[in-house]
Design a protein around this ligand. Structure first.
Ligand code: ADE
Ligand code: ZN
Length: 336
């Protein structure tokens, strides 16, 4: 990494921007985690916020998933989901986000927790509506399927998602451990979702190699890739991303925190931009990665030696690549 000018934080905050890669469950901070544990009579992993902050930090993907699923299990009634959706949207709004697309681990809740998706959705939508009315921040939902639960479970989760499509549910995604993709075929899940009018995205090439990104594009029909950094190992996959205009929603802080890259200096963000890949920035699971959306803009500033136009371009990408209605995108672009 070369020396760059100080990050213009106030400028970055003012840029209208969207966050397209953040997990609702992974946005829960220490205070809310403690409050939810108390509300539901669950023994928390620590008894004060400092202890929870410590517990949330892990440098391995399995360690991260253990914490992430612990948080998932604390989200039980619609009001829990309302609260975390509103709280995150308020935080994103403070950082200059005009639009957020929440990934929600639908198959974990529906299959593992045997929870009712309609009631979860009602809570999330209440939080989104509240934030839109109070703050003017727009939001959409991307129910994620979890490949480690198997295709049969993914189809069961999808049954609930597809029978409850509302005007905030815009796409399906795939998240969690990805090493079962070649055992089970998730392509038909995406076909079903598309037939019901949903768009398609997928995590790929986070810890895994370039073939995951190719698979997500060719088999899932993904229109955006979450992470996608592994694509840089295969020039043909890079070319697919560029030629097909498929954006990668990249989270450098998360990639370093979970060891997908060995250090920030090793992160391929600058190479992705140089190759012509359309990049948007996301915080993934901010309290678990000790990051937030503006910190990701700062990482990009340092990694790619950006100037203000470079930051503006990343914010612009996030608006253009969002699934928000075109009239909204045009209104945001006229302010950027
Ligand atoms: N679910 C939440 N965060 C994730 C990540 N970084 N990778 C895959 N699945 C996730
Ligand atoms: Zn993610």
């Amino acid at each position: 990494m070369s020396e760059t000018a100080p990050f213009p934080a106030a400028f970055a905050r003012r840029l209208p921007k969207a966050e397209l890669h953040v997990h609702l469950e992974g946005s829960v901070g220490p205070a809310t985690l403690l409050a939810l544990a108390e509300k539901h009579g669950v023994v928390p992993p620590a008894y004060d916020e400092a202890g929870i902050v410590d517990w949330l930090r892990t440098d391995s993907f399995p360690g991260f998933l253990e914490r992430y699923f612990f948080i998932c299990r604390l989200l039980r009634d619609p009001d829990d989901f309302r609260r975390v959706a509103y709280d995150y949207l308020a935080s994103a709004h403070d950082q200059g986000a005009v639009h957020v697309e929440f990934h929600v681990s639908s198959s974990y809740h529906i299959v593992e927790q045997v929870a009712d998706w309609a009631s979860i959705l009602s809570g999330i939508v209440a939080g989104c509506d509240e934030a839109e009315n109070a703050l003017g921040v727009s939001s959409l939902l991307i129910p994620d399927l979890s490949p480690h639960l198997g295709a049969e479970a993914a189809h069961r989760a999808l049954d609930s998602v597809l029978t409850n499509i509302d005007n905030r549910t815009v796409a399906i995604g795939m998240g969690g451990p990805a090493d079962t993709w070649r055992i089970d075929d998730y392509g038909p899940c995406y076909d079903r979702a598309r037939a019901s009018g949903l768009r398609a995205v997928s995590h790929a090439g986070e810890h895994g190699p370039a073939w995951e990104v190719r698979h997500a594009i060719e088999v899932f029909g993904a229109e955006r890739i979450q992470h996608g950094i592994g694509a840089m190992q295969d020039p043909e996959v890079v070319k697919m991303l560029v030629d097909e205009g498929i954006a990668c929603d990249v989270c450098p802080g998360s990639n370093v925190a979970l060891g997908a890259v060995s250090s920030m200096a090793e992160h391929p963000l600058a190479a992705m931009l140089d190759a012509g890949i359309t990049v948007t920035l996301g915080s993934d699971d901010p309290p678990l990665m000790a990051t937030n959306l503006l910190a990701e803009y700062e990482h990009a500033w340092n990694l790619a030696s950006l100037d203000e136009d470079g930051l503006r371009q990343l914010a612009h990408n996030s608006l253009v690549e969002s699934f928000a209605p075109v009239e909204l995108v045009e209104a945001w672009l006229s302010d950027d």
